[in-house]
Ligand binder design. Structure first.
Ligand SMILES: NCc1[nH]cc(CCC(=O)O)c1CC(=O)O
Length: 319
């Protein structure tokens, strides 16, 4: 007797369909079973409000999780950066596959890089984290830019540039890669001046905690280095008591001596959206070997950032 198809719950956006499709393919190969996509509409897809106003955390994931808990689907795929930092007890992140490029990119008119934008350039982004760091960089380099709050899916956002309404927009490289449009990036923003959102570029494959059998199968898709890195980044975010729409950037990366991984570095930033103040710190230590060690690393950096005044910079909300 053939087993029934596994049902993968997904949002309908192009990005969600692309990443769910890629994971579905990997699960088919892994299990030899059929995987069918089940489309689910989330509040984040239908609301026209700015993310910071609807509270940010969880707007894209709640409907998917409800479908999991109802048993309508067997597993789902989230962009890790969209997941709230507290994990519900009855759901498990069965796998965090190897991370895609974590950087933010610019899609600018006429192929322009950030440094070559015109004086007074209007750059679209709804993310307080991006606003804070772009404005801080512009201040330091005597560039005059204006960040313009926008939201919408990738097509909509790039559309503002194609229509001439904005000079540039900022997007995650990973999203463009996944939908096959990375060639449209005109500048890859170095993480030395724009730290990505915690978990950016990584996916989380989630199923119910009850479904241990499926969780064990999905765990084959887990990349342990990505898992500890995003755990440390999200621990930093949680310890700063900030959500996914907060002006917080974080990136954990591995330092290597030749081919040998020696240490992990965790960098974090918090700032005001106008870029006038940034608290940016980094810590380096042994690669965490457990979930607990990764959590501790994030907490440690958070407390150093709080001691430098990070808390006072997070009350802000985007327009
Ligand atoms: N906030 C929306 C969102 N959630 C995940 C991605 C794609 C990148 C990723 O997987 O980290 C994006 C788009 C963007 O920020 O440009």
């Amino acid at each position: 007797m053939t087993e029934r198809a596994l049902r993968l719950g997904t949002r309908r956006s192009k990005l969600a369909m692309a990443q769910s499709g890629q994971v579905a393919q990997a699960v088919r190969q892994l299990t030899g079973r059929a995987v069918e996509l089940v489309e689910i509409t989330t509040y984040g897809d239908t609301s026209r409000e700015h993310l910071a106003q609807i509270g940010g955390t969880g707007v894209f994931v709640t409907a998917l999780r409800d479908a999991l808990l109802r048993g309508d689907v067997d597993f789902c795929v989230h962009s890790l950066k969209d997941l709230p930092t507290t994990q519900p007890d009855d759901l498990t992140i069965a796998a965090v596959p190897r991370r895609e490029d974590a950087r933010d990119v610019l899609v600018a008119r006429d192929g322009l890089t950030f440094d070559r934008l015109n004086d007074g350039a209007r750059i679209g982004t709804g993310s307080p984290r991006r606003m804070a760091q772009l404005n801080a960089y512009a201040r330091a380099h005597h560039l005059r830019i204006e960040t313009v709050p926008i939201r919408g899916n990738i097509d909509t956002r790039i559309g503002y540039v194609r229509s001439g309404e904005l000079d540039a927009v900022v997007l995650a490289a990973a999203g463009l890669h996944r939908i096959g449009r990375i060639e449209e990036a005109t500048d890859f923003l170095s993480v030395d001046f724009v730290l990505p959102a915690p978990g950016q570029g990584a996916l989380a494959i989630e199923c119910t905690a009850q479904n241990a059998e499926l969780a064990a199968v999905l765990a084959e898709l887990d990349d342990p280095y990505t898992r500890v890195a995003v755990t440390a980044e999200r621990s930093l975010l949680a310890a700063l008591e900030a959500g996914c729409s907060a002006p917080v950037g974080a990136l954990a990366d591995l330092l290597a001596d030749g081919q040998v991984v020696t240490e992990m570095r965790l960098r974090g930033v918090v700032g005001t959206t106008d870029g006038s103040t940034l608290v940016q710190l980094s810590t380096t230590g042994p690669v965490p070997t457990s979930h607990g060690d990764a959590i501790a690393l994030g907490r440690e950096l958070a407390s150093e950032m709080l001691a430098k005044g990070a808390a006072g910079l997070m009350g802000e909300r985007a327009l």
